[in-house]
Design a protein around this ligand. Structure first.
Ligand SMILES: [Cu+2]
Length: 127
């Protein structure tokens, strides 16, 4: 009984890992952003879905942009990459961005609602 429950939870965990290789949830002042990528984020080109929710309702008609940057390091200049996300409907936006190298990237996500309200979310990606 216990073992079957354990196996079931492992199977469920595996299924949810299969569903999306990368997910992250951010929240600020009542606005929630779920980041979802079908494939693992890697150096090079990535497609990231950003799902916006205001009070659990999908938020459409927002302007969504993403900036990733890496501070200068010894022997390496500051690097950054910007992307405007395109709306896919139902509160979902998709940003395609290029990461020049592996490592830790700082990430800022800028959201402007159709009412002109601005949000900035900060997180990081390890590629
Ligand atoms: Cu670097």
């Amino acid at each position: 009984m216990r073992i079957s429950a354990l196996l079931l939870s492992i199977a469920l965990a595996f299924t949810s890992l299969q569903a999306a290789a990368f997910t992250k949830s951010l929240k600020q002042k009542g606005l929630k952003v779920e980041l979802v990528s079908e494939k693992p984020l890697t150096p090079g080109v990535n497609h990231l879905k950003l799902k916006l929710y205001k009070a659990s309702t999908p938020l459409d008609n927002a302007k969504v942009a993403l900036k990733i940057f890496m501070p200068a390091m010894p022997g390496m200049p500051y690097m950054e990459s910007k992307a405007k996300a395109k709306p896919l409907g139902n509160g979902t936006y998709e940003a395609t961005f290029n990461a020049a190298m592996g490592g830790t990237w700082q990430v800022h996500i800028f959201v402007t609602t159709d009412k002109g309200k601005k949000y900035r979310f900060k997180t990081s990606f390890n590629l």
